[in-house]
Design a protein around this ligand. Structure first.
Ligand code: SF4
Ligand code: FES
Length: 266
């Protein structure tokens, strides 16, 4: 009987973990037993979150996301977390790993001290839904408020693009890299104590358009961010810059928006 493409894909996916393990054993790569202590919360049964230990066999090339998959697939299928791309692009698996906001898919086991347990918990400052999953709606509400899209008063000539010089593009290059993971906003002590604060990620995404030479609504966004819950709530603690998995200079972007507010223009 012939094998269809679908058969091959299904079998390949199902066998992948076992084959990866076999391959690693064949090449003599050493595995380690790593203890994870994960803050679990099931709103249907728990009144408070609780810490649960798991011992997981891993290779140094594995990532924290691989450990979470192993626990979910082999130990406890109820462990709940978000992830999609597994390659640092979608921004869905930000979590606190040993007290620091990071992406689970970008955190290699070899970069952690595995002689100690690794603590994993949900990001702070957003409502906890289950285990490592928080309600992202307040985060996206602030993002929507800064109008994170191009607003231009004129149309380009038919069949032409909106031309922008390399120099003009460079002004906001850094803030185009945001993947909306919320690692910055949920590491900000002002956001923890005042959920109304727009937060670093919303300001980063406002920056991306305020300084875009093709956009005509910079003054509208500056006005929005001149609010009491806007840029002036930032206390320049740099937590956001340290947390950003894309290496965006978040605090610098916030400072540039503050200066633009004072100038009254980008
Ligand atoms: S600025 Fe960085 S940390 Fe903040 S949401 Fe964007 S990618 Fe994540
Ligand atoms: S799973 Fe997409 S960024 Fe980590």
């Amino acid at each position: 009987m012939s094998t269809s493409v679908t058969d091959v894909i299904e079998r390949t996916d199902a066998d992948a973990p076992a084959r990866a393990e076999e391959a690693a054993n064949d090449t003599g790569i050493q595995s380690f037993l790593v203890t994870f202590i994960i803050r679990r919360f099931n709103p249907e049964v728990d009144e408070e979150p609780r810490w649960v230990d798991y011992d997981v066999e891993l290779y140094s090339t594995d990532r924290v996301l691989d450990a979470l998959h192993k626990i979910k697939w082999e130990v406890d299928g109820s462990l709940t977390f978000r992830r999609s791309c597994a390659h640092g692009i979608c921004g869905s698996d930000a979590m606190r790993i040993n007290g620091r906001n990071r992406l689970a898919c970008k955190t290699l086991i070899k970069d952690l001290d595995i002689s100690q347990p690794i603590y994993v918990e949900a990001i702070k400052g957003l409502p906890l839904e289950k285990d490592l999953v928080v309600d992202m709606e307040p985060f996206f509400a602030s993002y929507r408020e800064v109008q994170p899209f191009l607003i231009a008063n004129s149309k380009p000539e038919p069949g032409k693009e909106r031309i922008q010089s390399i120099v003009d593009r460079e002004v906001f290059d850094d803030t185009t890299k945001c993947i909306l993971c919320a690692a910055c906003t949920s590491s900000c002590p002002v956001f923890w104590t005042d959920g109304q604060y727009f937060g670093p990620a919303a300001i980063v995404n406002a920056h991306r358009f305020i300084f875009d030479s093709r956009d005509d609504a910079g003054d509208v966004r500056l006005d929005i961010l001149n609010d009491k819950e806007g840029v002036w709530r930032c206390r320049t603690t740099f937590n956001c810059t340290e947390a950003c998995p894309r290496g965006i200079e978040v605090t610098k972007a916030i400072a540039e928006v503050k200066q633009a507010v004072l100038r009254g223009r980008a």
